[in-house]
Write a protein that binds this ligand. Structure first.
Ligand code: MRU
Length: 357
């Protein structure tokens, strides 16, 4: 499969389709979700993952709930859509794109209540398609804005997977890298393996290989050594939620990289679309951090790697304080500190008013 054909989430014959990210890179298998609980399960188990991708999937989940609904009044349909939103939002708490997308779908449903059930159902599917298309466009714009930050022959370190698989396509952290590569610039990517879920080793390494971008896979604990030896020029990561002061939640291990970057005087960039910004929170300590099963630490692909019964922890994200961030790359441009003003401006263009039942 070439990267041009890479699709993370799409609508086909009344189902939400996903590429199964648990099986990559060994198998390329499509998951077909025919019901709302199947969509919720795919998000929870991380068959689809990455903040923008789960937002797009959840939007299609709401559209699917509308299509499957047997409600005979728009009021009853709206009620069901609210339940669908709650079910989807509950699956993963940290990435704000999920509730951002379901709020936008509910707002669309509320605005269309006069139109009757069939029109409303088709309006919701159009809205989900629009969310997907806009995400792809935002990723491309992030690429344009971010590419100039990478020096010629730049060696870029990235963490987790913030590529096409984590979005509607093209990626956030990988977008400036892809754009610079398309522009013919020579660069080299160092890919953090990203324990415990191995998104770097499994997904980012796969995407970069498909795109023909030179890379070196490293384990997470090699990053400091590489920086100290002068082998890294900058770090670019994605985000699951950026709050009003510029604090950023992203994959566990991001904070350690930011501290290392500061020690080694390296620029630390965060790339994200406006759907990742949550101005309702003022600082990073307010961000809910997902705790996942410790089994994901003690087992790899069903193989036990720690003594039976050992206690393990699995916070899936951490928060990087804004002081450690050099710039935030968005679809509208590159924001430098202080971040609060730029983030307000960004969200103004993309504001979803709070929806209430
Ligand atoms: O647990 P995951 O794999 O969903 O976490 C993904 C990340 O942390 C990404 O860096 C983030 O969602 C940005 S994706 C464009």
């Amino acid at each position: 499969m070439s990267t041009h054909e890479l699709r993370t989430v799409w609508w086909e014959d009344g189902s939400v389709c996903l590429i199964d990210q648990l099986l990559l890179p060994l198998e390329e298998v499509t998951v077909r979700c025919r019901t709302l609980p199947e969509v919720a399960r795919a998000i929870k188990t991380m068959q689809v993952r990455g903040a923008p991708a789960i937002g797009c999937t959840a939007a299609y989940g709401v559209a699917l709930a509308a299509q499957r609904s047997e409600a005979t009044s728009t009021e009853a349909l709206l009620d069901e859509l609210w339940q669908a939103k709650r079910m989807l939002d509950d699956q993963r708490p940290t990435a704000v794109n999920l509730s951002w997308a379901t709020s936008r779908m509910l707002q669309c449903a509320q605005a269309g209540t006069q139109e009757g059930g069939e029109m409303l159902r088709s309006r919701l599917l159009d809205e989900a398609h629009a969310i997907l298309a806009e995400d792809l466009a935002m990723c491309k714009a992030i690429g344009e804005h971010g590419a100039p930050l990478i020096p010629e022959r730049g060696r870029v370190l990235t963490h987790c997977n913030a590529g096409g698989l984590a979005t509607a396509g093209y990626g956030t952290a990988l977008a400036p890298i892809r754009t610079a590569h398309h522009q013919g610039r020579r660069l080299h990517v160092f890919v953090d393996e990203t324990r415990p879920f191995l998104q770097g080793a499994r997904l980012t390494a796969w995407e970069l290989r498909e795109a023909g971008i030179p890379q070196t896979l490293i384990t997470d604990n090699m990053a400091g050594y590489m920086m100290r030896r002068g082998e890294i020029d900058c770090i670019i990561v994605g985000a699951d939620r950026i709050v009003a002061n510029g604090d950023v939640a992203n994959k566990i291990g991001t904070y350690s990289l930011a501290v290392l970057a500061q020690t080694h005087h390296l620029p630390f960039y965060v790339a994200a679309p406006s759907s990742t910004v949550d101005l309702s929170l003022t600082h990073g300590d307010q961000i809910p951090i997902e705790e996942r099963s410790p089994d994901e630490v003690t087992f790899i692909r069903g193989q036990q790697i720690a003594p039976a019964g050992v206690q393990a922890a699995h916070p899936a994200f951490d928060v990087t304080p804004h002081e450690l961030i050099t710039a935030i790359i968005t679809e509208q441009g590159v924001w430098y500190p202080p971040f609060d003003r730029g983030l307000r401006q960004l969200c103004h263009a993309h504001f979803i008013p709070p929806v209430c039942q």
